[in-house]
Design a protein around this ligand. Structure first.
Ligand code: CP3
Length: 356
């Protein structure tokens, strides 16, 4: 490697199943990993978080973040590791106050005007996010050779909803109202997020991330035209920006809840794969999406809490409908804290042993 932009290029002949699927190459079984595979449902995670002091301190402590990223790798042997971090670190790195409260989730100092936006410091992000890049670099060295490393960021719309609401919200009403009433002003927030996300993801790729995932958790709350403007277009702009910066790693998009909008997302955003939610009909996904890009998904995380026959039946239905090629087995959303880890052991075995 020369240290130039080719550094981020993946050999297409990779042994890593996840990279093969994203490159459209054949695999003998579908690769798998689980969204939120590191987290509170694991006692080993809770111990390390207590040692770190808080979730945020854990994210910014490379040795500990590396350890919690690796815990599910050692236990379940999935085909990918996802960097342990959070989508809200980017606004925090620009200077927006952020706290995670027990039982309440994230709380931010809300930003609801163009004037408040001007106080953010996009030029400061690398200084704050340097430990995240270090975690990626450590993982690139410590991961088993057949496990792919996924870096990630939130998509601009979803990150904007948290920045504007100041917390999670049921209907994203304040962000929507700003977007509908003053699209030019709201567009400045989205533009800021597009630019900083390109920078953040390019740095992750340079540090060793082999795949990048964009989480658009609240894509499904946008009506059609707004979905184009605030989900598809910013995703397209981020991917164009990454490619212009010489970053060639594949990108997976997760426009959760987008319904039939998934098709225009797959056609127009430039992603290499889409992560489908648990509501998505598999037949439709196979016909409309899998011909365009790889699919990732979509077991309902509640079935992982349920376990047993119900979980097995649905996992096998998904594998039968979508695998083995151009498919990455995953959940439709993240693992929830009440999940018994033994159910995850069992699900990993089902996917690993499945031959369609
Ligand atoms: O998947 C992984 O294992 C990688 C790490 C990861 C986290 N968050 C760790 C985390 C990833 C990829 C995310 C993404 C994320 N963060 C999203 C998009 C995906 C989704 O779940 O919809 C969103 C919306 C966030 C914002 C966020 N962070 C919320 C709403 C919460 C509170 C909810 C909760 O589960 O407590 C967090 C905190 C958070 N992020 C935790 C973890 C492991 C729990 C923190 C803890 O208490 O230890």
């Amino acid at each position: 490697m020369t240290g130039k932009t080719e550094e981020t290029e993946q050999p297409v002949s990779s042994e890593k199943r996840l990279l093969r699927v994203l490159a459209g190459l054949p695999v003998e079984r579908s690769p798998f990993w689980f969204m939120r595979q590191a987290g509170r449902y694991l006692a080993s995670y809770r111990r390390v978080r207590a040692e770190a002091g808080s979730f945020l301190e854990l994210c910014y402590a490379p040795a500990l973040a590396e350890e919690v990223t690796l815990q599910p790798i050692w236990r379940f042997h999935p085909d990918a590791a996802i960097l342990f971090a959070d989508i809200l670190l980017l606004p925090e790195a620009m200077g927006q106050a952020l706290d995670y409260r027990e039982g309440e989730g994230p709380v931010l100092e809300p930003i609801r005007s163009v004037e408040a936006l001007r106080e953010l410091r996009p030029e400061a992000i690398d200084e704050r996010l340097a430990p995240i890049y270090e975690t990626v670099a450590r993982l690139a060295r410590s991961l088993p050779s057949d496990v792919a490393l996924i870096g990630f960021a939130g998509s601009p719309w979803t990150v904007a909803t948290y920045m504007v609401e100041g917390s999670g919200s049921a209907d994203q009403r304040r962000a929507k109202r700003w977007a509908f009433e003053d699209p030019a002003g709201f567009g400045q927030l989205i533009e800021l997020l597009v630019e900083t996300t390109i920078h953040y993801l390019a740095a992750q790729a340079r540090a060793g991330a082999e795949v990048l995932q964009l989480f658009d958790t609240w894509a499904g709350s946008l009506p059609e035209a707004a979905f184009e403007t605030w989900c598809i277009e910013p995703t397209r702009a981020i991917i164009d920006g990454l490619r212009a910066a010489g970053v060639t790693v594949p990108v997976i998009g997760f426009p959760r809840g987008a319904g039939v909008g998934y098709r225009s997302f797959a056609e127009a955003s430039g992603v290499d794969g889409v992560s489908i939610d648990s509501m998505m009909p598999l037949d439709w996904a196979r016909q409309e999406i899998q011909s365009l890009v790889a699919i990732q998904g979509n077991l309902d995380p509640q079935l992982l809490v349920t376990g047993g026959r119900a979980m097995r039946k649905e996992a096998e239905r998904i594998l039968r409908m979508l695998g083995p090629e151009r498919f990455i087995f995953n959940l439709g959303h993240g693992i929830v804290p009440e999940t018994p880890p033994e159910h995850v052991d069992e699900l990993a075995a089902i996917v690993r042993e499945w031959r369609g």
